[in-house]
Ligand binder design. Sequence first.
Ligand code: PMP
Length: 285
Amino acid sequence: DPVYLNGDFLPLADAGISPLDRGFLYGDGVYEVIPVYSRRAFRIDEHLARLQATLAGIQLSNPLATDDWKAVIAKLIEAAPWDDQSIYLQVTRGADNKRDHAFPPASVPPTAFAFASPLVTTPADVRARGVAAITVPDLRWRRCDLKVISLLANVLARQQAVDQGCAEALLIRDGFMKEGAASNIFIVKDGLLIAPPKTQLMLPGITYDVILELAQQHQQPLEVREISETELRAADEVWMTSSTKEVLAITTLDGEAVGNGKPGPVGERMWQWYQDFKNTVMRKG
Ligand code: PMP
């Protein structure tokens, strides 16, 4: 299946970029991951809007108009053999002929890359049990609202989790839980759903927005406010959400059971609402 690189569709093996690409040298670029169900991209406008916001945040102009991105994505979806896919998009500040931290001249074009892969979903037995997570200090910079490719702090946090047999690392900054290494985190206490607010210290997840919309639609009591580490540990339910994980219960935190150690009722309902919502939107197209 072809990948997209700077205006062309070509086999992955033929898609080459310069070793001087600023994505490679500095992690100077942005990305998006868009889930595709039954060959339809889910929340594509929201993902492309977040891509635009991140590009603006790093002062890089978008190499493609929204409709051009949509055409690229449609072509990748069509060419791929799977019905459910994950589309990855990346834009970097391109390759100059020398290494210098400051931006290259305007004549240097950005690098734009996109490819499709099969959507990796959570097996039903894992979902039914929930997953284990750890907490770690949030060592990231202060613009976590930007979906940039410099992900070293996230990579190290997630690897710490994996080394301890866990699925996710929850990031704690100044006593508050901001999100996971690659997911947003919600908690439930006495039937109340609590979500951390969108600030510069958290990625505004596309799934996060869907969860808030579904909570409102189904009259699920909801508060959007900071979650302290103490509150996190006392929660009845903790879930992670992302485009690929959807809604996944965290049933063990730092080796301790969350609530009764099983996925809770609010999370189970939310997962079902999410499935229903996905199916409705995908049918409408
Ligand atoms: N936070 C971080 C740090 C992430 O990397 C991600 C996405 N992988 C999310 C939250 C969830 O975002 P989305 O719902 O848009 O996938």
